[in-house]
Design a protein around this ligand. Sequence first.
Ligand code: NAP
Ligand code: COA
Length: 290
Amino acid sequence: MAAPENIPVEKCLEEYKSSFRSDLLKGKVAFITGGGSGICFTIAEIFMRHGCDTAISGRKLERLKLSSKTLSEATGHRCLPIQMDVRKPQEVIDAVDNCLKEFGRIDILINGAAGNFLCPLENMSFNAFKTVIEIDTLGTFNVSKVVFDKFFKNNGGVIINITAMLHHRGTILQAHVGSAKAAIETLTKHQALEWGPKGVRVLCVAPGPIGDTEGMSRLGMGASAEDVGLRIPIRRMGTRKEIGEICLFLVSDMAGLITSSTIEADGASWLADGSEEKRIEMYKALMSKM
Ligand code: NAP
Ligand code: COA
């Protein structure tokens, strides 16, 4: 099926060899918001390559259908495309019902749906700030609540909320998203505390800059991957596959003790301010004079 010209086409990994058993998630079902594109598409792919069936959701049905076909063909597992806006509780309820009708269960929830754009606070409209809070924070609450009420309350499960590192020290032009993601990380702690006794683990994965994503193309201001990498202690951006594999470990039984935490998946980029090499040079110059 050729994609209509205006739909961006997602591609699966060109080659994939896992360190984990290919049946690690056999018989499990993951509900993945934002799974039609980017990082969450690859999370869906990696889960499916380990035996999981998935439901991927977003607002754009045609892209979801195309992505679901690509994922199923590459992995041999089922992928249900579901149209919904995470801001609309009734659409979330219908989507979760749809997934449960198709698969009979949900074991894993990935809250990945998000919105972002660069904007200085002084130019940010009331609605711009509200929109991002509604998609990211309320969206995460809405979907978690419905999945918990309808399935996790009686069966347990794992929730991964995808956040970011922006708010860990504050990032210019990102006050809306930083605030939204900080609230998600706090919500995560409350969810872990209240839902732990029901067998639900809740975590955040906080990516730094990830290559080949809408997020980077929106926020990178045209900087090359090399230039972005130079500012990161590990000297490169992360990959979608790396985020997928971190999530794979976290949803598996191997991570049974980990709940409430935020996994910083950023190569320590938030610790660096770009002045490190210059300061080492200054130190060397100082020492050479002694
Ligand atoms: P992306 O491909 O644009 O993913 C965002 C997804 O959210 C899209 O599939 C979009 O689908 C969905 N979405 C947006 N608004 C929605 C709504 N109201 N209801 C339902 N779905 C909605 O971007 P990405 O870069 O891969 O980002 C994925 C996640 O990683 C996000 O949570 C982002 O904050 C986080 N993250 C990314 C980076 C990075 O470097 N890329 C860094 C840190 C954190 P529709 O348009 O079809 O609705
Ligand atoms: N700079 C400043 N304000 C902006 C903006 C920008 N680049 N883009 C949107 N806004 C403002 C709008 O002007 C509007 O405010 P207003 O009513 O005061 O004018 C408000 O944000 C809502 O915009 P709208 O386009 O109506 O929202 P939407 O619900 O259709 O889309 C977005 C949500 C804006 C987040 C859109 O970019 C989106 O759908 N993003 C999903 C994909 C994504 O962001 N991926 C990266 C994830 S890291």
